[in-house]
Design a protein around this ligand. Structure first.
Ligand code: SAM
Length: 200
């Protein structure tokens, strides 16, 4: 799943995602005062735009230039509130201690023995800030899915909760029904959600 994979996937359709912000983000963050946010793998930008329209200053990073072009075109009303940023977050970590919210929604982060990329994302949360990590429930991913995607190869919220030390407090770690219908062609009915606050 490199940049070429994602560019090809986005290029194959006029629009890949619904254009609506993710339900987990809306549920968890609607009542949170705005600050600096990092949208990890922002795709076509619906989450970043939802945040920016609520006063957040957003750094929205994606490896796909096709997705970023679409996202920027959809957000002309919040120009200056979102920095659409091309980058590979598995090789180039975001700035440390910089964000009041790091939102990771359905971002395919492959297990690494040393957890370097994951630790880079965790370190980006400022003291007092929030990590919000949502993924599809692996139970909803059929073994014969079209991309040969094995959820076991990727970090799930439980893996991350286990890696958080006592400088974090876990506020939510649960499986819950999606608020939106399953994306076309998928059987996703449940999300797994981790919300944690960095204490110091
Ligand atoms: C499943 S999509 C989710 C997009 C968006 N978060 C959403 O929920 O609609 C995963 C996104 O992560 C991006 N991505 C995958 N690997 C990446 C990487 N190493 N660095 C930055 N972005 C990446 C893809 O291009 C894609 O837009």
């Amino acid at each position: 799943m490199d940049a070429q994979f994602w560019d090809d996937l986005y290029s194959g359709r006029d629009q890949l995602f619904s254009g609506n912000p993710n339900g987990v983000l809306v549920t968890e963050i609607a009542g949170t005062p705005p600050g600096q946010a990092l949208d990890v793998g922002c795709g076509e930008g619906a989450d970043a735009l939802w945040l920016a329209r609520r006063g957040w200053q957003v750094t929205a990073v994606d490896v796909s230039r096709v997705a970023l072009r679409r996202a920027a075109a959809a957000g002309t009303d919040v120009t200056g509130r979102v920095a659409w940023t091309h980058g590979d977050l598995t090789t180039t970590p975001p700035p440390a201690d910089a964000f009041d919210l790091v939102s990771v929604q359905y971002f395919p982060l492959r297990h690494e023995p040393d957890h370097i990329a994951l630790r880079g994302l965790l370190a980006a949360v400022a003291p007092g800030g929030t990590l919000l990590f949502a993924s599809h429930d692996p139970a909803d991913v059929p073994p014969d899915n079209e991309h040969g995607f094995d959820p076991g190869d990727y970090y799930q919220p439980d893996d991350i909760a286990e890696l958080l030390d006592d400088s974090w407090t876990v506020l939510v770690d649960e499986t819950r029904p999606r608020t939106a219908p399953a994306p076309a062609g998928t059987q996703h009915t449940n999300d797994i959600v981790l919300r944690a606050r960095r204490l110091r």
